[in-house]
Design a protein around this ligand. Structure first.
Ligand SMILES: *Cc1c(COP(=O)(O)O)cnc(C)c1O
Length: 231
């Protein structure tokens, strides 16, 4: 049995039901599945989760083999060029972590060969943390414009992690900033760009993120319990 962090004794089924009931309409949950077994991922899907978020290609393949088309698959990890392969692009319905024209170009080239258009989010390094992936706020518009000319990849919004804090209130300014960038780029009406999704908020911060306009939240611990070892 999996134990929820703040409600001990609850199963995945119970925590998912609570979570879905609590979120406003129009907010999608991505179950962040890193380190979880395919069986746990399936359990979450059977409990009502519709989107699985994967950080690692190898784990994604294992879970995908079991769960398949019963869920949508979002890539939320750091994407390296050597990972942008046909099998990976076939598996994922969205890539939330695009942060360079180089990786976007590789996705575009491969997807063109497959006849697929890949929806992507641009990852914003809203905390300006040197060790973190994502583009800086001032570079988001240019990257969006550059990607907009590629035919087999489509920018559908923004994703941000923000710095990790103990107090979720501390995340609010980073979420607000990301929301502002989304709104500003939306107003530019760049062809082949649809700023529809704002993916932000994790277990400890998703409530604040939703208040600040997130319509995708990425939640791991709250659904599956603490990760052992934490990562
Ligand atoms: C792990 C992870 C999450 C979820 O984190 P929790 O704190 O377990 O909810 C969300 N987004 C990304 C990109 C992650 O790697």
């Amino acid at each position: 049995m999996d134990y929820n962090i703040d409600m001990p004794g609850q199963t995945i089924k119970e925590t998912v039901a609570r979570l879905l009931a609590e979120l406003p309409d129009g907010v999608e949950v991505v179950a962040a599945a890193k380190t979880r077994t395919p069986e746990k991922v399936l359990e979450a899907v059977q409990a009502g989760i519709r989107i699985i978020g994967e950080n690692y290609v190898r784990e994604a393949k294992e879970a995908h083999e079991l769960v398949g088309k019963r869920a949508k698959w979002h890539f939320i990890g750091t994407l390296q060029k050597h990972n942008v392969r046909r099998k990976v692009l076939e598996m994922f319905d969205m890539i939330e972590s695009v942060d360079s024209l180089e990786i976007a170009g590789e996705i575009d080239r491969r997807c063109a060969q497959m006849g697929k258009i890949m929806p992507v989010l641009i990852e914003v390094n809203s905390g300006r943390e040197p060790q973190k992936s994502g583009v800086l706020s001032e570079d988001v518009e240019q990257l969006t414009r550059d990607i907009s000319s590629l035919k087999s990849i489509k920018v559908m919004g923004l994703m941000t992690m923000g710095p990790r804090f103990g107090d979720p209130e501390d995340s609010r300014p980073y979420f607000q900033e990301t929301r502002k960038i989304l709104d500003r780029i939306k107003r530019l009406q760049i062809p082949n760009v649809e700023m529809r999704y704002l993916s932000m908020g994790m277990t400890n911060s998703y409530k604040v993120a939703v208040q600040e306009g997130a319509n995708i939240v990425r939640i791991g611990t709250r659904i599956f319990g603490e990760r052992v070892p934490p990562s």
